[in-house]
Design a protein. Structure first.
Length: 524
């Protein structure tokens, strides 16, 4: 009788322990060790490659001071630009002399001056066009063939395009390579972010994304660019960073969550055990029974392959998708305008970019610390506070330009504060989008919203043109955009912090209220 009671107690303990295991998130079972460090390094290298690819054209388009020699006569820099351009366009410049060349840009190397500068803008346009096409393909590969396959394809393509660009001798070939580089670069952050998300526990996600994300890529690029001094070397460095990420990813495995979602449970367990071995946590592995019960919970509903139209399959998810797309467009537009506004600030270009990158990194780090040490601070509250600060900065810039206040340092301070406050918004929004959608739709949702983000990049030059024609106009538009971003996101997007990842989307069934039967007395 005593043995029977002991047996019953042990069985009940095992059942309760199994039930506790099934409530745990899959990624928390990996713990944190060597494997996560490798994933983080690959993620950081990918983000550096993307950031350097993004800032690359701003350095390439930089125009150093120059003088035009016309048969022994010099058209001085002090004269109007129209005079120099008129001589240049009429082939009257016998020789062009450059001064204070801090960075060897493509403008400097190929004399893309005056009317020839349209070739620079064409190269930028082609790179953005590559982003638009690439973001769709990257997410489809990620969801259909796996995160690892997508990352291997994207990093290999970007490395080849980046290294190839550095050897271009003509701007036409350069432009073609920039399209290819943009095609692959846009998938670096979205796909590597999903891979990181499905490789670490939820408590460490924002920490790692803040430490090794795009902000780190910006600050690394701002530090590397003055040391290299040439656009070819900067492009080669970006391609090599992609190659580093490629080499590390080749040593890693597909995420167990994606494998389970595809029904490859035995392979998922093999990867799970390898992760524990690398993390020196093999003694904490789940038994076969515990693993099977855990997987069964993840497979309670058979997942289907999803496509873009599933993002609008019902009113609830359609509303979320529309708000996410609007948020991504606003985020990219605001971030791009802040980045390109650095060229108009007073002071040295390198120093301004260094301060800009440092402020963005510091803002992201502070946001990460707040997210980690203040559990009650959700994504919505954090983004609401930061977007309110950014809106105030834009409103102050609008008023300053409207009143024509000639205070250069004030403009610098407002832009740097706005960039620092907006930095965690970038991270929190990307993380919220990935946590908002299930595994079967995660990369598709990231890619689809990323397309609208690239639309923001296309709109950005028009906004800069508006700023050149009417200075308060650009900041006024950004104030409205940022305010709409704040209102829509906080109103329609649910809190995702601390919520477990889901594997497939389940429509909520409408429950009909039972109609009470009428009694005979009521009928009378």
């Amino acid at each position: 009788m005593t043995e029977q009671k002991i047996s019953e107690i042990s069985i009940s303990d095992a059942i309760s322990h199994s039930q506790e295991i099934t409530k745990v998130e899959l990624e928390s079972l990996y713990y944190c060790g060597t494997y996560q460090v490798m994933v983080f390094i690959a993620f950081t290298a990918a983000c550096f490659a993307f950031a350097s690819n993004l800032i690359f054209m701003t350095y390439c388009a930089w125009e150093p001071p120059w003088e035009c020699y016309t048969g022994g006569e010099i058209v001085e820099y002090s004269n109007s630009t129209a005079d120099k351009c008129s001589a240049f366009e009429n082939n009257q410049c016998v020789n062009i002399t450059w001064s204070n060349v801090l960075f060897s840009s493509m403008v400097f190397e190929w004399n893309l001056l005056c009317n020839e500068r349209k070739k620079v803008y064409l190269s930028i346009t082609m790179q953005m066009a590559g982003h638009l096409f690439g973001v769709l393909l990257a997410t489809q590969i990620s969801d259909f063939y796996g995160r690892r396959v997508a990352l291997l394809t994207i990093t290999a393509g970007h490395a080849i395009a980046g290294i190839g660009t550095s050897f271009c001798k003509k701007w036409e070939v350069f432009t073609a390579f920039r399209f290819v580089a943009g095609f692959f670069a846009i998938g670096l952050v979205s796909t590597s972010s999903v891979y990181l998300l499905e490789s670490v526990g939820q408590k460490k996600r924002m920490v790692l994304m803040s430490l090794g994300g795009v902000n780190t890529g910006f600050i690394l690029t701002a530090g590397v660019a003055p040391l290299l001094g040439k656009w070819r070397l900067l492009c080669l460095c970006s391609g090599c960073a992609g190659a580093v990420s490629l080499a590390i990813i080749a040593l890693l495995n597909e995420t167990p969550r994606w494998l389970v979602q595809r029904g490859k449970t035995s392979e998922a367990r093999r990867v799970y055990l390898r992760i524990l071995r690398l993390n020196c946590k093999s003694e904490k592995q789940l038994s076969e029974t515990q693993w099977d019960s855990f997987v069964e919970r993840l497979k309670t509903r058979k997942t289907k392959r999803r496509s873009f139209w599933h993002l609008f399959s019902d009113s609830e998810i359609s509303r979320k998708t529309v708000v996410v797309c609007q948020s991504m467009l606003s985020m990219t537009l605001i971030s791009a305008v802040l980045l390109y506004s650095v060229n108009d600030l007073s002071g040295n270009l390198y120093e301004n970019y260094a301060v800009f990158a440092s402020v963005r990194w510091a803002g992201g780090a502070l946001g990460m610390l707040a997210d980690h040490f203040i559990p009650s601070l959700g994504r919505k509250l954090l983004m609401g506070i930061l977007l309110a600060i950014v809106s105030c900065c834009f409103l102050a810039l609008t008023i300053t330009e409207w009143l024509e206040c000639n205070i250069p340092h004030l403009k610098n301070i407002l832009i740097f504060i706005g960039a620092g406050a907006f930095s965690p918004v970038w991270i929190a929004l990307l993380l919220a989008v990935m946590e908002l959608y299930p595994t079967s739709m995660r990369s598709i949702a990231t890619g689809f919203s990323g397309v609208f983000g690239e639309v923001g990049s296309v709109i950005m030059p028009q906004l800069l043109l508006l700023g050149s024609l009417w200075k308060p106009g650009m900041w006024l538009v950004l104030t409205i955009v940022c305010s709409c971003f704040l209102a829509s996101f906080t109103a329609f997007i649910p809190e995702t912090k601390g919520k477990p990842l889901t594997d497939d989307y389940v429509k909520k069934q409408k429950t009909q209220q039972p109609v009470p039967e009428r009694t005979s007395s009521q009928s009378q």
